[in-house]
Every structure is written in structure tokens, then in C-alpha cells.
Design a protein around this ligand. Structure first.
Ligand SMILES: Nc1ncnc2c1ncn2[C@@H]1O[C@H](COP(=O)(O)OP(=O)(O)O)[C@@H](O)[C@H]1O
Ligand SMILES: [Mg+2]
Length: 320
């Protein structure tokens, strides 16, 4: 058996634009592979092509060209087998609001062909995993976002698939639920289950073993967090805490020709420069001249967000 859970080759999806003799390329010849048992992060802004890719990998949408295998099944020719062997949690969670917790679990259990003892066993498992014991009879509509999210995960993996696709599972839930949810994802992975998860929260990439970043349907980066941080950015990054108004400081710094990239992170700025010493001197000079001043400045290693923002900006500039 291959140690790859998913292999994607030249996968492309074009949509016909209604009323026009044109197509729109939502996914543009992407290639990547996912190892068994890893948490694989699929990052990109809204509209980048994440859901379209996932739907093709789950056998729900026919590719325009290219191919992929998921758990050894070909997404073009073995969609029925494929669907039985994976779990998929869609962006909208697809729970029935008017059903109770238990009814939703039974409904999905039915879809996956679970009955009697086995269904009962898996129901217990989901209720425990989602922390929903005692709420079996609650209408799903009355649950908080975090509970709904965990119930949706439970329903998606009732049949114990070895590969699970989660499409923006942390969208629209509070930060604590987000963090708890990532713990559940880690639990699955430690049981050997492969999890491919999409998100537009760049900070969530740190929880993944491997990541791809897509922009406008094109793959623009692929690697582990450490690889991404060391391979894609070679220029120094300075963290600058201005003594006064950060918004003004941002405006001043980012128009300087030596500031290759400037972004706001919390109460500081991250400024990419060609040379750390020269950069520091220039920043002190220009912020001093504007009466803003510098409270603290130091060279830092880039965060994943630095890498992503840099790559996204570069790709968008290249495409224009
Ligand atoms: N059925 C469709 N017909 C036409 N365009 C679509 C369709 N589905 C998605 N798109 C477009 O494809 C692009 C990618 O969408 P999507 O995969 O949903 O992005 P993401 O999940 O990354 O937010 C978007 O511009 C979207 O409007
Ligand atoms: Mg989406």
C-alpha cells in the first residue's frame, strides 16, 4: 500500500459562465500529495478554489481535466467506491436544523449503512466526542456554533473513514471552539486518519504537518511550516514597535522604496528589507523624522503569515 493517501495531478476545473462563450478557471492545474495520517492544510482566501478542489476529491464534482487518487480510488472513474471510503464535512455543515441531535446522527448513519448495534456504538462515540451527552433530544438549531461543528464532524466520520475532508470547519465559530476543534483534528490524525482541512485563517496553518497555499486557483506554495518559513523568504524581517500611532507608522514605512513588504501584526509592524542593519537605520530615521519614533526594533524569523502574505502579494502582482 502506498504511503500517500491522496495524489493530485494537474487537476483543473473550469466553469461555464452563463450567457457568455467563456469559461472561468476555478482550479488551475494543481499538483500535490498528502501522506497517510497527516493533517494537511489547504489555505487560500475566499474564492481561491478550495471548496471546488475538495468537491472534486470527494467525487462530487467532475474535473475538467487532470486526475487524482484518494485512498487508492480514482476520482474520475471510481466515485461510488470513493464516496463510501471517505468522510466529508461541507462548509455549511449540512446538519438538519429541525432534527434533534440523535435524529441527525441516525440520518447520517442510515446514509452510511450503519444499523442496530453498530449504529448505537457509533452514536455513543459521537456524543462523547462532541460533548453532547444529555443533549440527544435537543433540536440541532438550538446548539451553539461549536457544538454544531463537532456534531457535523461526528456525522461525517460515523462510518470511520480513513481519509477525512473538512471544508472550513472553523468558519463562524468562536476562538475557543476553533482551538478545541483543532484538538479533535489532532486526535484523528494520531489514530492514523488522514485529514485534509481547508481554512482561510492563516494562523491555523501552524497546526498542520503540510500545507498548500492557493491563489486564484493556482498553487503558490507547498511544504511543511518549517520549509515554508525557510525556503520562501530569504530577506530579513524586522519587527518594529512604533512609539506612537501604528497606522501612521504603517503609512510612512510602506511607501519607502527599501521596505519590500510591510504589514501590521498586533501592536507592531513587520517590515521586510534587503539588509537588516541598513533597514533598521532607515526605519529609525524615517519614523524619527515624522515625529513617530521607535520603541523597539528587532530582527525576527518570519511567521507563516509573513510567508503567506508575501507570496500572495507576489502572485497577485505577477498575475496583474
Ligand atoms: N458552480 C459554479 N459555477 C461558477 N463558478 C463557480 C462555481 N462554484 C464555484 N465557482 C467559482 O469558483 C471560484 C472558487 O470557488 P470556491 O472553490 O468555492 O473557493 P473557496 O472555497 O476557496 O472560497 C470562485 O470564484 C467561485 O465563485
Ligand atoms: Mg469554500
Amino acid at each position: 500500500m502506498s504511503d500517500l493517501a491522496i495524489e493530485v495531478r494537474d487537476l483543473t476545473k473550469k466553469f461555464n459562465l452563463p450567457g457568455r462563450h467563456q469559461t472561468f478557471t476555478a482550479v488551475d492545474h494543481i499538483n500535490f500529495s498528502v501522506k497517510r495520517g497527516e493533517v494537511f492544510g489547504f489555505l487560500g482566501a475566499n474564492g481561491a478554489g478550495k471548496s471546488t478542489t475538495i468537491r472534486m476529491l470527494c467525487g462530487l464534482l467532475q474535473p475538467t481535466s487532470g486526475t487524482a487518487t484518494v485512498g487508492g480510488f480514482d476520482i474520475n472513474t471510481q466515485t461510488e467506491l470513493l464516496k463510501k471510503n471517505i468522510g466529508y464535512m461541507s462548509q455549511r455543515f449540512s446538519l438538519y436544523d429541525d432534527l434533534t441531535v440523535e435524529q441527525n446522527i441516525r440520518f447520517y448513519g442510515g446514509i452510511y449503512g450503519l444499523h442496530n448495534h453498530r449504529l448505537q456504538e457509533r452514536m455513543e462515540w459521537v456524543l462523547a466526542m462532541a460533548d453532547l451527552k444529555g443533549r440527544e433530544k435537543s433540536l440541532t438549531r438550538t446548539l451553539s456554533g461549536g457544538w454544531k461543528q463537532r456534531l457535523a464532524l461526528g456525522c461525517a466520520i460515523l462510518h470511520e473513514p480513513q481519509i477525512v475532508f473538512l471544508d472550513e470547519p472553523t468558519g463562524g465559530v468562536d476562538p475557543i471552539s476553533r482551538r478545541n476543534f483543532w484538538e479533535l483534528i489532532n486526535d484523528l490524525s494520531s489514530q492514523g486518519i488522514t485529514v485534509l482541512v481547508t481554512t482561510h485563517f492563516l494562523d491555523e496553518a501552524e497546526y498542520c504537518n503540510d500545507i498548500i497555499l492557493i491563489n486564484a486557483g493556482r498553487l503558490i506554495a507547498n511544504g511543511s511550516p518549517v520549509e515554508l518559513k525557510t525556503e520562501y523568504i530569504t530577506n530579513p524581517i524586522l519587527e518594529v514597535r512604533p512609539a506612537a500611532n501604528i497606522v501612521e507608522a504603517m503609512e510612512v514605512v510602506r511607501t519607502q522604496p527599501w521596505a519590500l513588504e510591510t504589514s501590521v501584526f498586533g501592536t507592531g509592524l513587520h517590515v521586510m528589507v534587503a539588509d537588516a542593519k541598513e533597514g533598521e537605520r532607515a526605519i529609525r530615521l524615517v519614523l524619527g523624522a515624522q515625529g513617530i519614533g521607535v520603541e523597539h526594533i528587532e530582527r525576527i524569523s518570519p511567521s507563516l503569515e509573513d510567508v503567506f502574505l508575501y507570496l500572495l502579494e507576489k502572485d497577485t502582482a505577477n498575475a496583474a
